[in-house]
Design a protein around this ligand. Structure first.
Ligand SMILES: [Zn+2]
Length: 343
């Protein structure tokens, strides 16, 4: 397991109180430390992302605007703050995601995690949004493509829809974007009928779920929609926009995933990847510190196959999926039926 971390990720700070705070990184580090007792973890120190790497998904005008923010404090939108070190942290965070993708693509490790701040999946080509300045996971996916990865898949299990990532690859079949998210909810995008355009039609997969979804709902959505599509797509590299704000403890999200649920999702994801396809997690949201630490730790443990107990003992309790959630999963299935063979 590779860990991408950097001291700069602590230096992005809002006027308090703000949920996207440096203490989140300390919680993520505790989760990795917990894994270290059970599995080897190698640390990779990232560099800054270059302008060329950033411009694969962001506009030069936006990078210029960000440059003008460097060293200053302010607000990029109603809920996206900048502190004097924020632009440096964002460039390093994007570089961290790039380093992770490159190491995984080159076979340095089978899996890894980049515990980056600020997060990225709401950042659009030309503007900051929703706590996000640069779209780390999208920059990483575009970088892997430039190195020769034919098909990159991104599973976004953050409770919010990753509108920025979707936007960047909406017409691009070489990056499959898959999102499980709460709806209706911020930022309001990610309808089941939004499946991509042009050559990218079918390569955006949205599974919006109403509030209250528990482990069984997420696992049913994975088993019925996401797993079969990933199996057919056969990604050369798998990235996760790993937000933990769908956790039952999270103060922002309205979902009810448990640590075991995240572990089970991670295990299922590993199970549908082709041989030699590496898996990298890029941190997004997750605003309850214990929830973030527990769910990230459980996910990493599942990915590193570090658990001493039999995997069957680690499955969350089987529960029925309610009619409303079942109908939502069915809607996603129907929207994608003409693009993929789904049961
Ligand atoms: Zn989120």
């Amino acid at each position: 397991m590779l860990l991408v971390d950097d001291a700069l990720f602590l230096e992005h700070r809002a006027r308090e109180p703000h949920p996207e705070r440096p203490e989140r990184l300390l919680a993520a580090r505790r989760a990795v430390e917990g894994l270290r007792a059970r599995a080897p973890v190698d640390v990779l120190a990232p560099r800054d992302a270059t302008d060329d790497e950033l411009c694969r998904v962001h506009t030069p005008a936006y990078l210029e605007e960000l440059g003008r923010w460097a060293g200053k404090s302010g607000m990029a939108d109603a809920d996206t703050f900048l502190s004097p070190q924020s632009v440096s942290a964002a460039r390093r965070a994007a570089g961290g995601a790039v380093a992770l993708a490159e190491a995984l693509w080159r076979g340095t490790a089978e899996s890894g995690v980049a515990v980056v701040r600020p997060p990225g999946h709401h950042a659009l080509p030309d503007r900051a949004m929703g706590f996000c300045l640069l779209n780390n996971v999208a920059i990483a996916a575009a970088h892997a493509r430039s190195l020769g990865a034919e098909r990159v898949a991104i599973l976004d299990w953050d409770v919010h829809h990753g509108n920025g990532t979707e936007d960047m690859f909406y017409a691009d079949p070489s990056v499959l974007y898959v999102s499980l998210h709460q709806a209706p909810y911020y930022p309001g995008t990610g309808a089941a009928s939004d499946i991509g355009s042009g050559e990218g039609r079918g390569f955006t997969v949205n599974v919006p779920l109403s509030a209250g979804a528990r482990d069984a709902v997420y696992l049913a959505a994975f088993d019925r929609v996401i797993g079969p599509i990933l199996e057919a797509y056969r990604p050369s590299l798998m990235l996760v926009s790993a937000g933990f704000d769908a956790h039952e403890r999270d103060p922002l999200g309205g979902m009810a995933l448990t640590d075991l649920g995240y572990a089970a999702l991670s295990r299922r994801l590993l199970g549908v990847l082709p041989e030699h396809c590496a898996l990298g997690l890029v941190l997004e949201g997750g605003y309850d510190l214990a929830g973030l630490e527990g769910a990230l730790g459980a996910s990493l443990g599942a990915i590193a196959r570090a658990e001493a107990e039999a995997e069957t003992a680690l499955e969350p309790r089987a529960e029925p999926v309610g009619a409303a959630h079942a109908a939502e999963i069915q809607r996603a299935l129907s929207a994608l039926g003409s693009s993929w063979k789904l049961g």
